[in-house]
Design a protein. Structure first.
Length: 90
């Protein structure tokens, strides 16, 4: 996948692009539609896809539920805003 990033590629089951082996969860998706919300520089794009396979590391699943703290996912919200799935400490 990338020697520079130190990541390992593994084959997907339903789509052509490879998955990242080090990721605790991977989604295989098919593109449905791309919606351009503007044409000027910096305009946004909405990408709609269909998840056709979902892979989650076995140790993160308990009774058909994914452990969000163990997953420790990071997501992009908007601009430079990010979100995590950590349980807040008291």
């Amino acid at each position: 996948m990338s020697v520079l990033a130190g990541l390992t590629s593994i084959p997907s089951e339903a789509v052509r692009p490879a998955r990242v082996a080090e990721s605790p969860a991977q989604m295989e998706c098919k593109l449905l539609q791309v919606i351009y919300v503007g044409r000027e520089p910096g305009a946004g794009v909405i990408v709609l896809g269909e998840v056709v396979r979902f892979h989650v590391r076995e140790d993160l699943i308990d009774d058909f539920r994914v452990d969000p703290d163990g997953l420790d996912a990071v997501g992009r919200m908007a601009g430079n805003t990010w979100v995590r799935t950590r349980i807040a400490s008291s």
